[in-house]
Write a protein that binds this ligand. Structure first.
Ligand code: ADP
Ligand code: ZN
Length: 363
């Protein structure tokens, strides 16, 4: 078993991320030790409900816990007020109290939605994360960002609400579709390239053989990625500065997601974002040709895309880019790779400069 302690300035809100193969099996016993007497609400999506949710509920009831299960349709399209309202109604009807606990069992969507419900119901109840996608295990379940989408953009409505604990079981990744697995890998490439040259080298070396089946290899990668993310969140919980290093690949990535009307998955968009931003970083003299080549080769070995798909609406791409929180007039602020394992924050680049990059982006 491995544990990472996320120490926040406000001590009582600190929490532990536990990573262990088979942890889901032990969860009811763990819950019985820590949360007996509280009402537990397992929140999940329809896929994860069938795979793990129903079984978890039964085993919680078996150990004498007062548990119920709530679920909603899987996918990003559920990240809206309708889902939040339906969950809030179900919780209130089932007599949720301030001392109740929400268990977010699922991928990033479940974590964001269940976390947002936890942040708002009765002005906030505690919740724990049991992330079941690689992306959620290494990224979105850590750091307390919760929320939903708005018709005007993704993740525009939300809060910071830290979980009370995170329980990561790499075994659940065995049922994850290959494409969802790759999505998570792109966040690991991001965090390694941004912060840890050694992790990047190990990823580079193991990329061809990396699979959902190789539990010990996965465990090591997940653990290190979690450790890196937790260290950043501990220093900058509310994303007022340092935490923006985690935006590597995301400035271009988010704009690509929007410009393709979200046909690109987040992980794919981030992968292309890393590739394009590396090119920019090289032009700015922050990244060497050799370093950029290593990054592109690793992404490719992990079967992640590095080329921009044909964009019907290039103007949409630039509109989103300029509307980004990180833009200042016609200047976009990037967290830019400055070597492998190093990131420069607040690098300003003009939109003209970015446009030039696209004129011959595929060479
Ligand atoms: P993300 O974690 O990438 O933000 P989602 O929460 O939408 O994305 O999860 C991606 C998809 O994978 C969803 O359809 C979800 O139901 C499904 N899923 C989540 N965890 C598992 C798992 N362990 N096995 C199989 N499918 C899963
Ligand atoms: Zn991301």
């Amino acid at each position: 078993m491995k544990q990472v302690h996320l120490r926040l300035r406000e001590r009582p809100r600190s929490y532990t991320i536990t990573i262990q193969s088979g942890l889901l099996e032990d969860l009811p016993a763990l819950m019985a030790k820590k949360w007996r007497g509280c009402a537990l609400f397992i929140v999940t999506d329809e896929n994860v409900e069938k795979l793990y949710g129903r079984n978890l509920l039964l085993r919680c009831i078996d150990v004498g816990l007062n548990a119920s299960l709530l679920f909603f349709p899987a996918g990003e399209r559920s990240k809206n007020f309708k889902t939040i309202h339906a969950l809030q109604t179900a919780l209130l009807e089932n007599r949720v109290r301030r001392d109740s606990l929400i268990i977010a069992l699922g991928g990033g969507v479940v974590g964001d939605v269940a976390g947002f419900v936890a942040a708002t119901i009765l002005r906030g109840v505690k919740y724990i994360h049991v992330p079941t996608t690689l992306l959620a295990q290494v990224d979105s379940s850590i750091g307390g960002k919760v929320g939903i989408d708005h018709p005007l953009g993704k993740n525009l409505i939300g809060a910071f609400h830290q979980p009370s604990a995170v329980y990561v079981d790499p075994l659940v990744l065995k049922t994850l579709p290959a494409m969802e697995f790759r999505n998570g890998l792109s966040e690991i490439v991001k965090i390694a390239a941004a912060l840890d040259g050694r992790l990047f080298s190990s990823l580079e070396k193991n990329a061809p053989s990396l699979s959902r089946e190789n539990a010990s290899q996965l465990m090591k990668l997940i653990y290190r990625a979690v450790e890196l993310k937790a260290a950043i969140v501990a220093k900058d919980e509310l994303e007022s500065g340092l935490r923006s290093v985690l935006n590597v690949g995301h400035t271009i990535g988010h704009a690509l997601e929007a410009a393709t009307s979200y046909k690109l998955k987040h992980g794919e968009a981030v992968s292309i974002g890393i590739a394009i931003e590396s090119r920019l970083a090289q032009r700015l003299g922050l990244l060497s040709h050799h370093e950029r080549t290593r990054i592109l080769a690793t992404l490719t070995a992990l079967k992640l895309p590095i080329r921009v798909p044909p964009l019907k609406r290039m103007s949409k791409f630039f509109t989103v880019l300029s509307a980004d929180k990180k833009s200042l007039g016609s200047t976009i602020r990037f967290s830019m790779l400055a070597g492998i394992g190093r990131t420069a924050i607040d690098v300003r680049v003009s939109t003209d400069h970015i446009a030039q990059l696209f004129d011959n982006s595929n060479d």
